[in-house]
Design a protein around this ligand. Structure first.
Ligand SMILES: NC(=O)c1ccc[n+]([C@@H]2O[C@H](COP(=O)([O-])OP(=O)(O)OC[C@H]3O[C@@H](n4cnc5c(N)ncnc54)[C@H](O)[C@@H]3O)[C@@H](O)[C@H]2O)c1
Length: 439
């Protein structure tokens, strides 16, 4: 890692290609949104890179530039989109099927979205069980498929005249798998690709192809993907940044807002029961127990890490925590998430908190895809490689260095993100100590 005074940031010149496995609800809401913002007909609400400011120096200095003016990010006009899906629908048709956006908005961006035709996907029905489609690469070993993806990447780069690329997984959630021996080293992994090892998931073939091509990779779903020693080794060897896993949008976003508050005030927790209804294709895939298990693992981790029951047994030992997702087609993308939280206060007196979040899953996820695209590209231009812990802010199950516990507290995550930006530009980090104002 370069030291603070020596971070060189290459300029964001030229086109930035955004390559997306999964042309579904989230990715089309993201692409349609960017096109609408470019036309000035909609606003990029929910995006830090487009709307947030960053404080620099002392509180009395009155220096609060926009993040996008403070660090050199690619502009929305520089983005070009491409991707893969098992269905042949263009991004326009996929967006229309997903029914997230109103047709009046979709019609305005029909032309650029219709031009985005998914490339043939690498797919394995053992990893995603509830759906199947015709637009797949069905010949050769897993290594052959990785090479076909690398060819797709190279062709896309050339045809669109891109200076740089990023890849962001917005495809369905794969079945839960733990790292296996094939994931231990890059050599084992490459042997496994050639031998069609069943423990190598499609998402890992995409990630391998991206990293080999020098393309940063973000994982928006909870599947293992790059969270393995082999792919981490490849990312470091190629000098490429990676991050994941699982966009932090609806219920877990709420959880990581509230849990730190309870702990700050030393309020206890007896139980937290979370349940959801969801009717889009994501909900359909998550109806499979294998895919749900990936999601459940990702959703359950946050509370333990935030509340630290080992440090505070009196408050958090053995609290009950459950997460349920029910596929309920009538709701489409308009998810409803309920939380019942049983807490206790002074002298052990019980209280309850109820949350009913009527959210829109893809509306919450789309600005995260934009921010991750722009920040990963920035990280690459700063020479940062491997896991980007400063982007934990965006994930339910943040990747961390081996042996390090993940930071789930969203307030600490945001401080880490902003301090990383300050560090990139050689500005003082903000500790919030503040004694200097009282000298
Ligand atoms: N929306 C949110 O708030 C949110 C939050 C966290 C995570 N996620 C995750 O983001 C992902 C996308 O969500 P969505 O609502 O857009 O789902 P979606 O079902 O609408 O889209 C996923 C697309 O991926 C395609 N796909 C499946 N396997 C593929 C493969 N191997 N290669 C290429 N394409 C493949 C499917 O055909 C589908 O079109 C899901 O994994 C979801 O769990 C979403």
């Amino acid at each position: 890692m370069p030291d603070r005074d020596n971070v060189q940031i290459a300029p964001a010149n030229g086109k930035l290609g955004v390559l997306i496995p999964g042309i579904g609800a989230v990715s089309t809401t993201f692409m349609a949104g960017v096109e609408a913002v470019k036309r000035g007909t909609a606003a990029p609400i929910g995006s830090l890179t487009q709307l947030a400011t960053i404080r620099l120096g002392k509180r009395t200095d009155a220096r609060t530039p926009m993040i996008k003016d403070f660090v050199p990010l690619a502009g929305l006009n520089q983005l070009v989109f491409g991707g893969w899906d098992i269905y042949e629908d263009s991004a326009y048709e996929a967006a229309a099927n997903a029914k997230v956006l109103e047709s009046s908005l979709l019609e305005q961006v029909k032309q650029p979205l219709s031009a985005i035709k998914p490339m043939k996907a690498v797919f394995d029905p053992e990893y995603i069980r509830r759906i199947n489609g015709p637009n797949v690469k069905d010949k050769g070993t897993k290594m052959d498929k990785a090479e076909m993806l690398m060819e797709d990447i190279a062709n896309f780069r050339q045809q669109n005249n891109c200076s740089r690329l990023v890849m962001i997984w917005c495809a369905s959630t794969e079945v839960f798998h733990k790292p296996a021996s094939v994931h231990q080293t890059l050599k084992d992994f490459e042997c496994g690709l050639m031998k069609n090892d069943p423990e190598i998931a499609p998402s890992q073939i995409y990630a391998y192809a991206a990293l080999k091509s020098g393309v940063p990779f973000a994982n928006g779903a909870p599947n293992l993907t790059t969270d393995t020693p082999a792919l981490l080794e490849l990312a470091r060897e190629r000098g490429v940044p990676i991050c994941g896993k699982d966009f932090k949008t609806g219920q877990t976003f709420m959880k990581t807002l509230i849990a730190p508050g309870l702990k700050m005030r030393m309020l206890g927790l007896n139980g937290w029961f979370s349940t959801n209804i969801l009717g889009n294709r994501d909900g359909e895939v998550l109806d499979d127990p294998g895919s749900f298990k990936s999601k459940e693992e990702s959703k359950l981790g946050a509370l333990d890490h935030i509340l630290q029951p080992k440090l505070y047994p009196e408050l958090y030992k053995d609290f009950y925590h459950a997460v349920r997702i029910n596929y309920y087609p009538p709701r489409g993308d308009a998810k409803e998430g309920w939380d019942n939280i049983d807490i206790f206060g002074w002298l052990g007196y019980p209280m309850q908190i109820k949350i009913d979040f009527l959210c829109r899953d893809s509306i919450l996820a789309a600005p995260l895809v934009l921010d991750l695209t722009l920040f990963l590209d920035l990280a690459r231009r700063c020479g940062m490689r491997g896991i980007q812990e400063w982007l934990s802010f965006y994930f339910k199950a943040p990747m961390t260095a081996p042996g390090l516990y993940p930071e789930h507290d969203i307030f600490i995550q945001l401080m880490k993100l902003k301090n990383t930006l300050r560090w990139m530009r050689g500005e003082d980090l903000i500790t919030h100590l503040g004694l200097e104002y009282y000298d």
